[in-house]
Design a protein around this ligand. Sequence first.
Ligand SMILES: Nc1nc2c(ncn2[C@@H]2O[C@H](COP(=O)(O)OP(=O)(O)OP(=O)(O)O)[C@@H](O)[C@H]2O)c(=O)[nH]1
Ligand SMILES: [Mg+2]
Length: 449
Amino acid sequence: MGRKDSYNTSRSATSATRMQEGLGNASKQKFYHEEQGPETAILVGLITPQQNERKTKEYLDELEFLATTAGAVTVKRFTQRMSGPSSVTYLGIGKLKEMREYIQAEEDAEREVAMVIFDDELSAKQLRNIEVELKVKILDRTSLILDIFAMRAQTANAKTQVELAQYRYMLPRLQRLWTHLERQGGGSGGGGGKGSVGLRGPGETQLEMDRRIILNRMSLLKQRLAEIDRQKTTQRGNRGRMIRVALVGYTNVGKSTLLNLLAKSEVFAENKLFATLDTTVRKVIIDNLPFLLSDTVGFIRKLPTDLVESFKSTLDEVREADLLVHVVDISHPDFEDQIKVVDKTLADLGCAEKPQMIIFNKVDAYTWVEKDEDDLTEMTKENIPLPDLMHTWMARLKGDCIFISARERTNIDELRTLLYNKVRELHVQKYPYNDFLFTHYDEEEQQPE
Ligand SMILES: Nc1nc2c(ncn2[C@@H]2O[C@H](COP(=O)(O)OP(=O)(O)OP(=O)(O)O)[C@@H](O)[C@H]2O)c(=O)[nH]1
Ligand SMILES: [Mg+2]
């Protein structure tokens, strides 16, 4: 019990102030430390009637990518077949015990497991029970994404949005930090370790104080965001009579790379999730037609609505766009699912009806497994050659799509033509008397010829 007590006590001593210190901590990688190296993580997912083994593997691959982005290394995965998550412990109790044994064995071999990351958002109750059982740091997909957002946030706007989202996540889960404290009866129960329980008075009072501090902070952040929103609306109003095009899509599909290519700019792009948090808007001119192109935060599976809501001002760019350009990474084995997630998120934002086109990017990285002619097993999506896939999508989207490689610069002229036609059509509808259209603009000098 000794170990458990000291663990619980140090956890319980966490106050809102201490948690605040952890927020907005924009170290480059939260789970990577200069001296000790990366923290180690175990990943956990469920296989359910709605989520088969293959899907769970894909989700866990993505979760691992998220963990890597945050600086952690994954050392082990646990999955369990269940009809659905348990409301009390998420996993079955037997599986939790098996995990505890694994963690213990690792610790005995002096390989510490720093955290366990669950692929779904955990309730306060699940978190509390799992923590008691596993005795290590517990994260879920949402809190991991929030950590990455906090690492990435650069501008005041992004930082404020992330901090608000972190509090939104934290508030209903505050109680778990105090439960053990109450059980220990105000300090009589052996409370060793740092931050002795007896000094703090009844846990309930502290909990109330923390709640109040957080609620105050949240209302301050909301006020700040409202102010930023007002400024942004004014800025957007000053942009003149140009069609606004927003690049949207799943994270890591190449939106920023594409913006750089089309606008000749240098927006940060890298092979990590959520490289972009802030919206960048650039003026692009194709032939005689100038328009505004914006790059925004990428979407991801299981992104909580709350989080989407926190990014309201970033996503206003999407809401107010005249044309949505949905960028898809066709080389990703799960790109069809990613399209669905993006469509669903756009619908949640009330943008489902906006004019749209799809750019299938990364054709250079597309691979397929060729089937022998005498192989009669059913064709799966891994067996579809690129030209067939292109035909299917062209037919399905009635030509409102294009296949490119932003990296290899494949089909970029065709993309410009397609964009030109789309934007021109919208421009003529929206600004029938705008003379921009009738002057030829030289892209380099921006001087009418
Ligand atoms: N193979 C290949 N890789 C590409 C292509 N376009 C972009 N990438 C790579 O994909 C990774 C992600 O690119 P980004 O432009 O940062 O993607 P993003 O959609 O802006 O990502 P987030 O901002 O994280 O949502 C980078 O490593 C790019 O170099 C392409 O056409 N082919
Ligand atoms: Mg980006």
